[in-house]
Design a protein around this ligand. Structure first.
Ligand SMILES: Nc1ncnc2c1ncn2[C@@H]1O[C@H](COP(=O)(O)OP(=O)(O)OP(=O)(O)O)[C@@H](O)[C@H]1O
Ligand SMILES: [Mg+2]
Length: 253
């Protein structure tokens, strides 16, 4: 039976998250006490200067990096209690990730790049679903192409199809338009928001582009490993602001 308390919980909750790495020059504090709740279905922009910790924040939410201190719960999973195998399974089922540099597997066709993670997630309809996802991304005519035969924008469309194909609860995108010209980048952003709206997942989008950030309902800014207050997004000031204000902002500054 569904647990009403779990249903009301945020999709993502970070409590007192710190990440400190030892280097030759001494300890480097990369995340310095992050408290953050993200509501299911929200769209969240993360901005901040280079080196402020945005990619690291994304990595700890995805369970790719373990924090030195603090707790991270995503879709009911307490990541700190899970081993690497359990984290890999958690990601396959719950998280889609889009990287700046696409991260497609060069020896696989577009179709295989999308289908193989679906198979690993246990989908018996992986190839049919992957074909649908590529078609929805405008690449129905490119499914048998290898990444090297695709433009940068097309490669990122494959990566977006791959991230959303399993209809994960959470999609994380780290500067998804960073390697693209502005027109192509805008079309990728439009595709991501349209897909997010269609499947109703949560989207966390790291960007240096304020135009992109304003498309998100919520805007977080990182400064030197901490979350600081950020200007309200366009949607947050619009009539639908009730959804955004239902999101608990707990910046740590
Ligand atoms: N494995 C590591 N070892 C040591 N320092 C690291 C490591 N990974 C990241 N850092 C440092 O942590 C800080 C935050 O890095 P991060 O990549 O999260 O920044 P960012 O905000 O994503 O920057 P950018 O906008 O340039 O992508 C940087 O100072 C970086 O040099
Ligand atoms: Mg980064």
């Amino acid at each position: 039976m569904a647990d009403p308390a779990a249903a009301a919980a945020p999709l993502v909750r970070l409590t007192g998250v710190e990440l400190t790495l030892e280097s030759g020059a001494g300890a480097v504090n990369i995340l310095r006490g992050i408290d953050l709740d993200i509501t299911a279905g929200d769209t969240v922009a993360v901005t901040g200067a280079s080196g402020s910790g945005k990619s690291t924040l994304m990595a700890v939410i995805a369970g790719l990096e373990r924090p030195s201190r603090g707790r991270i719960v995503v879709a009911g999973h307490d990541l700190g209690t899970m081993n690497e195998d359990a984290l890999a399974l958690f990601r396959r089922r719950n998280v889609g990730i889009v990287f700046q540099s696409f991260h497609l597997i060069p020896t696989m066709t577009a179709l295989e790049n999308v289908a193989v993670p679906l198979e690993l997630a246990g989908r018996t309809d992986a190839f049919a679903r992957a074909a649908d996802a590529l078609k929805a991304a405008g690449l129905g005519h490119r499914v048998t192409h290898y990444p090297a035969q695709l433009s940068g924008g097309e490669q990122q469309r494959v990566a977006v199809a791959r991230a959303f194909a399993n209809e994960p609860a959470l999609v994380l995108a780290d500067e998804p338009t960073g390697n693209l010209d502005s027109t192509t980048g805008a079309s990728i952003v439009d595709l991501m928001f349209a897909t997010q709206a269609r499947i109703g997942c949560t989207l966390v989008l790291i960007t240096h582009d304020t135009t992109v950030a304003r498309k998100c309902r919520r805007h977080l800014r990182m400064e030197d490993g901490r979350l600081v207050s950020a200007p309200a997004s366009r949607e947050a000031r619009a009539p639908h602001a009730d959804r955004a204000s239902g999101t608990t902002a707990r910046p740590s500054s």
